[in-house]
Design a protein around this ligand. Sequence first.
Ligand code: SAM
Length: 289
Amino acid sequence: MNLCDVKTVKDIMAMFGLNFQKKFGQNFLVNRSVVEDIADNCCDDADSTILEIGPGIGTLTRELAQRYKNLVALEIDRGFIPVLGYTLGEFNNTAVINEDVMKADIEKILAPYFEKGKVSVCANLPYYITTPILMKLLDSGLPFDYITIMIQSEVANRLCAKAGTRDYGAITAVLGYYGEAERLFKVEPYNFVPPPKVTSAIVRIKLYKDKPYKPLSEDCYFKTVKAAFEQRRKTLPNALSAFFADIDKEKLTQAVIDCGFSADIRGEKLNVGDFCRLSDRIYQIRQER
Ligand code: SAM
């Protein structure tokens, strides 16, 4: 079965009475070498379980099922469940669940697989929901090994940006707290049916087993990052002051200086370690009151 053949994809869709649904971001990969590259690179341990979000008709799913021990696929569109029964029929290591990943109890679904070994995520995501899905996976606290996602190229740049660059933002500093993101390769629109309007890229995140930065309060770390980027054109003390309205501006300015920065620095210059030190100072100021 060649699911990378456009005619086969269209025949299968017709056979099951389905149309590509824009609201679910249904753009299917039809380039075998891209599909194989994603499956080869999303994880480095064949004994792993892979959680695939949005299998569609099963193109990437089949490649993952061939390479890894177990495959769990979450698909929101009920119409694809019988299709996946057909395209994955020859595999006995796959489980397909008809659920919206944003509503699914991922911890419960994956508990038996975490008991058996490593679990990684691999997904060609609908663009409109990339960040919420990524944040849900990270916030879950589940010990994923890798999270590999195909996303809009510009978003990929943001996830992998270095501090001080134009693309560096709150999402970079939040993601950098959980793991290391690496941009693998670009995927042009002609590799999909129907072709999307934007260029995509693959990002692989290796999650830290033991996080190198341990803020006194995670909540304060995320708030400090949010504060710094909510008004990124302001100097850091001004941005912090607009956000932490309950703390004197002088104290926030002093916290920035205590961390070794000048008072006119902007938040985009701070890396994860810097944000961690600053959030610890802010946390201490709160505790001293
Ligand atoms: N994996 C296939 C591929 O690479 O060709 C399809 C990828 S397509 C870009 C996105 C898939 O995610 C579609 O099958 C869509 O129905 C599914 N999807 C969209 N939103 C979802 C959600 N919230 N939960 C689970 N699946 C979702």
